[in-house]
Design a protein around this ligand. Structure first.
Ligand SMILES: [Zn+2]
Length: 567
């Protein structure tokens, strides 16, 4: 673990600050030319600290040793899913305000479930004529009706959009990721987004952003680096004896993704496999490809080449994917974090040559944490189980009949919301609020359900923090009738290839790293509770801007302490 540098740094800075001439504070050698917002999808805070003795130089260590490290950052919304966390990081607002309540919600106008960044009017720009269609494994993306994507459902301003306004459009703004929703929210309404296609391994975008691909993107895709991985392997980075999880590589609840296997070395399928590019994303190579694409972007768009700060968001999807298929207590996740560390080190080295790390303000966080696989938790004596959607719907339909004589009162369930048939309730002459509350009360007794609440009954929860997290996750146009919270360590998702699923309001899902480094930020460790919604207002303040329009988080003063900040 780190030594307690904070008091020493404070003393030195106080002594220096007292005698430093004012001109030093305006030293242009540290002016911020690039803001790099890194999001490591699914990096629960302790997945980083647990691996700390095996991190090399220049990757995570660069941030940990030179940055302000917040050890106690928790999301304050209940549905800890990818788009919810990304949108919160980008806007500084709660989902109740930015509107991204979940990866999927019910669209009342379309009378259908809607995927968070879907936009049928903005289809992907084709990369090559012969691209075969991959099989979509991501359960949320499978619900999308088209491959059109845009940020149209994001209701709040992002810090990147704020930067565009404050620089009169001169700032260059990009969001990239292994997955669409990791890229799109961060780029906001005015930036450009690219993500990796699981059909072709190319980085793609849609007509919302461009009419044609910029030449550097076409050139990158033409190299077919993802396809080169076909029939290759993912092997451990280090000596197996150095891993805490080496003794439990093969566990029955881990997922074998079309021959990819449950043990090392994992083997990628042939180039015509429909799951090749999904397998690549469930490995360190997806993140390495993303870092390679980021380098091409930095060079191709000349980011950080002048005194107007540019913004690049890079959301690494590999840790999340590996957690989903093998669990966070797996050898795979342990190796994944080490390999991402090496990818980051190489990436930071490139940025140092291209822009200069002294000119690069970096903030790293995660969009959510991760639970253990319920079977693993059970094996350690922690009560856990699987709460399947079918069981929730069956129980709710039965309770509707028993309590009100209503047949098929549930329209559908998609986590975390249960949606009722308003027409059935009205036709039976029943009061909708009474039905909702009574059903919620009875659902709480179903095994695996910790709480089932409505907008009006959520205030009755004795756990005030839980009530606040649920309230922050409601939005009148998008919420369902009943919010269902599973018991801690219970899996609440569709049965299928995914062995582990986050999305609860419990600490293992809300706890993420938040680290600011670079520019004029001085090192320190902060243990007081903060929230990722504080990131956007703090970034804005570091850039001399007011917070994004709807931001609810606050500026983190520790980021400014000890360093030389003046106007
Ligand atoms: Zn996930």
């Amino acid at each position: 673990m780190r030594s307690p540098v904070w008091p020493v740094v404070t003393l030195v800075a106080a002594l220096l600050g007292a005698s430093a001439p004012a001109s030093l504070a305006r030293d242009e050698s540290e002016e911020v030319r690039l803001v790099l917002q890194i999001t490591v999808d699914g990096l629960r805070a302790d997945l980083l600290t647990r691996n700390i003795d095996h991190l090399g130089e220049g990757g995570f260590r660069y941030l940990l040793d030179n940055g302000v490290v917040f050890t106690n950052a928790h999301y304050r919304h209940a549905n800890t899913e990818t788009i919810v966390g990304h949108a919160t990081l980008a806007t500084g607002a709660q989902p109740a305000v930015h509107g991204m309540l979940g990866n999927v919600w019910y669209d009342a106008q379309a009378d259908a479930l809607s995927y968070n960044v879907e936009d049928p009017e903005h289809l992907p720009l084709p990369v090559r004529a012969a691209a075969s269609m991959g099989e979509q494994v991501d359960p949320a993306q499978r619900l999308a009706r088209t491959k059109g994507r845009s940020p149209r459902a994001l209701l709040a301003e992002t810090v990147a959009d704020k930067l565009l306004k404050s620089s009169a459009g001169r700032a260059k703004v990009f969001g990239i990721s292994g997955k669409d929703r990791g890229a799109i929210a961060m780029a906001g309404q005015g930036g450009k987004a690219f993500w990796m296609s699981t059909d072709s391994g190319d980085f793609v975008t849609t007509s919302f952003y461009y009419d044609t691909y910029p030449p550097w993107v076409a050139a990158w895709n033409a190299k077919r680096e993802a396809e080169d991985l076909a029939e290759g392997i993912w092997a451990l980075l280090d000596d197996p004896a150095s891993y805490a999880m080496a003794h439990q590589d093969d566990r029955p609840y881990e997922t074998d993704l079309d021959g990819y296997g449950r043990v090392f070395p994992h083997r990628f399928g042939p180039s015509d496999s429909k799951l090749l590019y999904t397998q690549v994303l469930v490995s360190p190579y997806g993140d390495a490809l993303l870092a390679g694409f980021a380098k091409a972007l930095l060079a191709g768009e000349s980011l950080g080449d002048d005194s107007t700060p540019d913004y690049l968001s890079v959301s690494f999807s590999g840790v999340d994917a590996v957690n989903h298929f093998f669990g966070p207590a797996s050898l795979e996740t342990e190796d994944m974090v080490r390999q991402l560390d090496r990818t980051l080190a190489e990436f930071f080295l490139f940025i140092d040559h291209q822009v200069g790390l002294e000119h690069t303000l970096i903030v790293l966080s995660a969009d959510h944490g991760m639970p253990e696989a319920p079977e693993y938790a059970s094996s350690l004596g922690v009560p856990a189980g699987r709460l399947l959607p079918e069981a929730i719907v069956t129980a709710a339909q039965r309770l509707g009949r028993e309590a009100f004589g209503l047949d098929e009162v549930v329209k559908f369930y998609y986590r975390p919301f249960l949606y009722l048939r308003a027409g059935h309730i009205e036709a039976a002459g029943l009061d909708a609020e009474t039905v909702r509350e009574e059903l919620a009360r009875r659902l709480t007794r179903v095994p695996g359900i910790h709480a089932a609440v409505t907008r009006s009954s959520v205030g009755q929860l004795t756990n005030r923090d839980l009530a606040a997290r649920i309230r922050n996750n409601l939005h009148r146009d998008r919420e369902g009738d009943i919010y269902i919270v599973q018991e801690a360590y219970w899996f609440n998702f569709d049965p299928g290839p995914v062995a582990v699923m986050h999305g609860s309001p419990w600490n293992y899902d809300t706890h993420v790293p938040v680290i600011f480094a670079g520019g004029r930020v001085a090192a320190g460790v902060v243990h007081r509770p903060i929230q990722p919604a504080d990131v956007a207002p703090t970034l804005a303040a570091l850039l001399g801007m007011s917070a994004p329009a709807s931001a609810q988080g606050t500026v983190l003063p520790e980021v400014f302490r000890n360093a030389q900040f003046t106007y």
